[in-house]
Design a protein around this ligand. Structure first.
Ligand SMILES: Cc1cc2nc3c(=O)[nH]c(=O)nc-3n(C[C@H](O)[C@H](O)[C@H](O)COP(=O)(O)OP(=O)(O)OC[C@H]3O[C@@H](n4cnc5c(N)ncnc54)[C@H](O)[C@@H]3O)c2cc1C
Length: 463
């Protein structure tokens, strides 16, 4: 939707930034979608700009904001809730593909990163210096630091190491009318006023645009070992999780797969996992090699005494095979239906033994295939409903099931999203969790940072 005004402003930006501004439909259409599986109505953005420095971002925001033109910051476009797509058709995408540099400060164990840095790339480089950047969304090989910060991304290692927010020490960015903000510093302690740094993590591009981040690094554990434990009853899984987490051993990953997931990865990868079991736990331990060896024995003993069937990886290849079962889950489950919704709910760990059967009953009520896996150690599960997307009646059943799933989750004292954010797809359900007063506060903050509603409009909350 290009008006005379947007044509004029884009021409002005083209004059200033040359080839960094793209207005051809062929180029723009590439930025129309993100990785969201649930069908959302998207439009083609009016332009895509590729800044290469924070000064350029400031100038672009200044021009667009003062002209009243909305903008969508974008990393790799791997968002699963529609956060990186255009919903109005008059937005300009600001892509961070060309802002992908970072600088390590070994003495302070920090790194200053531009938003377009690929998370995995940063992790591999810091590992060469004996340092560790733990946040590990499954998309880490292609998603960006900016996108991870905007979504407060997490993954398997978060049970021990925390989420992206726990590693962001400082943020620099641009807000309304191109004003620059800088919060935090490369220090562990900073109590000067409200903690805007942590607050902005998870803001989904709706309050402004990050141009630089200071990230915390920690020492890289020297050893990692993996084991699998298979269970006959769900209650046993819950008990095993509690026993591990109170045993003095702190796993670096504690992942769960239900029976439907076991069967799906067997079909997909021919892994030969026992299909008569109700579920499995994948447990990873890390630390000093001697400590890990001892802890591994402790966990194995604990699990066997509970009647679990334990398989310990002896070599790195075997370990990789065990992890490959977990990583293959997305595509493996996708084979169970032409449509899939993957809801990343969280409930207190103590309630999982009641919550999982309740979800299965919900799936039965709506006659849907359901597969559950996830980061059971932090109560964050991926509930997948599979369906035939060409069947409108089935699609309607899924929509009802998702609505009830969120109600159930909130009633269990949990959250409607632990990883993927609110975006467009979970926006209608945010009030369920925050209540009316909470929503009013969100709107108030949005107005403070973005009074004209030009940063990623239509996402997270309507103002
Ligand atoms: C296969 C797959 C697996 C996934 N696994 C996980 C997982 O395990 N855990 C998890 O948490 N997520 C996961 N995700 C979701 C997604 O990868 C994360 O949300 C990720 O953080 C998005 O990063 P991105 O660079 O792709 O950002 P994008 O998708 O481009 O953008 C995401 C949001 O961030 C905003 N944004 C981007 N850059 C900036 C910036 N510089 N300033 C302000 N806002 C910005 C965008 O406007 C948008 O709202 C997965 C996605 C896929 C496709």
């Amino acid at each position: 939707m290009k008006t005379d005004k947007t044509q004029r402003v884009l021409k002005l930006l083209e004059k200033e930034f040359g080839g960094k501004v793209k207005v051809d439909i062929v180029e723009r259409v590439l930025y129309e979608k993100d990785a969201t599986a649930i069908p959302v109505e998207t439009k083609t953005p009016v332009g895509v700009i590729f800044p290469t420095s924070k000064e350029e971002v400031k100038r672009i925001v200044e021009v667009l904001y003062n002209e009243g033109i909305p903008m969508i910051p974008r990393g790799a476009g791997s968002c699963l809730t529609g956060g990186a797509v255009s919903v109005r058709g008059d937005e300009v995408v600001i892509s961070f593909e060309r802002m992908n540099n970072f600088k390590i400060d070994l003495d302070n164990a920090t790194v200053v990163a531009q938003p377009g840095v690929i998370t995995y790339h940063l992790q591999k480089v810091v590992e060469n210096h004996g340092l560790f950047y733990p946040p590990d969304p499954s998309s880490y090989k292609f998603s960006t630091i900016g996108g991870n910060i905007a979504e407060n991304a997490g993954g398997p290692r978060c049970v021990k190491y925390g989420v992206t927010r726990d590693y962001v020490l400082g943020l620099e960015g641009v807000i309304k009318y191109g004003q620059t903000v800088k919060f935090g510093a490369p220090v562990m302690k900073d109590v000067a006023g409200y903690d805007f740094t942590k607050f902005l993590v998870g803001s989904e591009g709706t309050l402004g645009i990050f141009t630089e981040a200071i990230l915390r690094l920690i020492p890289l554990p020297k050893e990692r070992r993996v084991l699998l434990a298979f269970f006959n009853q769900l209650e046993e899984v819950g008990k095993a999780v509690t026993r591990i987490m109170t045993s003095g051993v702190f796993p670096s990953a504690l992942e769960f797969m239900d029976n439907a997931c076991i069967k799906a990865v067997n079909n997909y990868k021919g892994l030969g996992l026992p299909e008569d079991k109700v579920g499995l736990l994948l447990i990873e331990l890390d630390g000093h090699p001697l400590a890990v060896e001892e802890e591994l024995k402790e966990v194995e003993k604990l699990l066997t005494s509970q009647g679990a069937l334990v398989f310990l990886a002896k070599t790195k290849e075997e370990e990789e095979k065990l992890w490959s079962a977990r990583r293959a889950l997305g595509p493996a489950i996708s084979k169970l239906g032409s449509g899939k919704v993957n809801e990343d709910i969280v409930v207190p760990r103590s309630k999982l033994a009641q919550y999982i059967p309740a979800v299965n009953r919900l799936a039965q009520k709506y006659n849907l295939i359901c597969a559950i896996f996830g980061h059971i150690g932090d109560g964050n599960l991926h509930v997948n409903f599979m369906f035939d997307k060409t069947n409108p009646e089935e699609v309607e059943r899924v929509e009802k099931a998702v609505e009830e799933l969120f109600e159930l989750t909130v009633n269990f004292g949990g959250s409607i999203t632990g990883e993927h954010g609110v975006g467009i797809t979970k926006k209608p359900f945010l009030k369920l969790q925050l209540g009316e007063v909470g929503i009013q506060l969100v709107k108030g903050v949005k107005k403070l940072f973005d009074p004209l509603n030009l940063f990623n409009p239509g996402k997270l909350v309507d103002v």
